[in-house]
Design a protein. Structure first.
Length: 296
C-alpha cells in the first residue's frame, strides 16, 4: 500500500471530472488543517468548498485558450490530518513524494499556510519557491510556536533550503521579518511596487531572479488579494492586489518548471462563496497556464 492510499480519503472530485490516477498528470489533494490559526479559523473547510465551487463555474480559460476539463486531473481526496502539526506535515511530505515519484504534479489545497512546509520537504532536489502572499511569514516564533502559519517560510528556508524564495504581494510585515529577509537574500515584491511597476516589469524581475532555477514550487495564499475581492480568508489585509493583476501575474509566471503547487488560507464561512469561487478559478487558470507552457 502506498502513502497516497494510506493517508488520504475520498471526497467529491475537483471540477467533477476524474481521470484515473495512472493516466493523470495532476493530482489534487485536500489538506483540511488549520490548527495554528491565530485570527480567523475555518480553512479546514476550504478543500470541500473549493471543490463545490469548481463544479459550478466555467472551466474555460480565456487567458490561455485552454479548457480545464481537458486536463488530466485526479482528485485523490483529503489527507488524514491529526491534531498535531508536525505529524500532519510529515504525512503530507510522504504523499507529495509518492505523487512526484509517480511523475505527476501535486496540486494541494489547504488548510492553513503551514502545510507548504510539509509539501516543500517532499520535493527532494533544490527547488525555488514562489509565494503569492500578503505576509512574509518569516518570524522565528509566534505565540510560543516555531512551526505555524506565521513562521513556516522561515522554517522552509532553514530546513528545505530552497534555491530561492520570492514573495509577491507583500504588505504585512514586522521588523524581525524584514531583517531576516535581507540577511537571507529572500526577495519580496510589495503591492505598492507591483502597482508602480506593472505586471510585465514585475514578472520580468521575478523571472530574472529565477533564470537559473530548474524547478519551482508555487504557493498561493488567497490573502494576497485585497479583501474586496477575497473577503473569506484567515488573515485579511487591506491594500491587496486586484483579481486581474493577480491572475495576470500568475499567468506570466507559470511555466514548465513548476513541479508542484498549493492554494491555502480560504476560510469559506466568512462570505457567501465568493472567495471559494475565486480559488477554484485561480486553480483552473494556474493549471491551464502550466499546461500551455508544457505543451508549447
Amino acid at each position: 500500500m502506498s502513502y497516497m492510499e494510506f493517508h488520504v480519503s475520498r471526497t467529491p472530485f475537483f471540477s467533477g471530472i476524474q481521470t484515473p490516477l495512472e493516466k493523470a498528470e495532476y493530482v489534487f489533494v485536500g489538506v483540511p488543517f488549520d490548527i495554528t490559526s491565530t485570527y480567523r479559523t475555518g480553512a479546514r473547510f476550504a478543500p470541500l468548498a473549493v471543490r463545490e465551487a469548481s463544479l459550478n463555474i466555467e472551466t474555460y480559460s480565456l487567458r490561455t485558450g485552454l479548457d480545464a476539463e481537458g486536463l488530466k486531473v485526479h482528485d485523490l481526496g483529503d489527507l488524514h490530518v491529526v491534531n498535531e502539526t508536525i505529524e500532519t506535515l510529515e504525512r503530507l511530505t510522504l504523499v507529495v513524494k509518492d505523487i512526484l515519484d509517480a511523475k505527476k504534479t501535486p496540486v494541494i489545497v489547504g488548510g492553513e499556510h503551514t502545510i507548504t512546509l510539509g509539501a516543500v520537504k517532499g520535493l527532494g532536489a533544490k527547488t525555488a519557491v514562489i509565494d503569492f502572499d500578503a505576509h512574509l511569514d518569516l518570524r522565528n516564533e509566534y505565540m510560543g510556536l516555531k512551526t505555524s502559519h506565521t513562521t513556516f517560510m522561515r522554517r522552509i528556508n532553514e530546513q528545505a533550503r530552497p534555491e530561492a524564495i520570492i514573495e509577491i504581494g507583500t504588505r504585512a510585515v514586522c521588523k524581525e521579518e524584514l531583517n531576516y529577509a535581507k540577511k537571507s537574500g529572500i526577495k519580496f515584491f510589495t503591492t505598492q511596487q507591483i502597482r508602480k511597476e506593472g505586471v510585465k516589469k514585475t514578472a520580468a524581475a521575478v523571472k530574472k531572479t529565477l533564470a537559473s532555477c530548474k524547478k519551482i514550487y508555487l504557493t498561493i495564499d488567497m490573502d494576497v488579494l485585497d479583501p474586496a475581492y477575497a473577503p473569506a480568508v484567515q488573515n485579511p489585509e487591506p491594500d491587496g492586489l486586484s483579481t486581474d493583476v493577480f491572475l495576470d501575474l500568475l499567468h506570466s509566471l507559470c511555466d514548465d518548471r513548476i513541479i508542484a503547487l498549493d492554494l491555502v488560507e480560504v476560510a469559506p464561512h466568512y462570505d457567501s462563496g465568493i472567495t471559494a469561487a475565486l480559488a477554484a478559478r485561480t486553480l483552473f487558470e494556474t493549471l491551464c497556464s502550466i499546461e500551455k507552457a508544457r505543451k508549447s
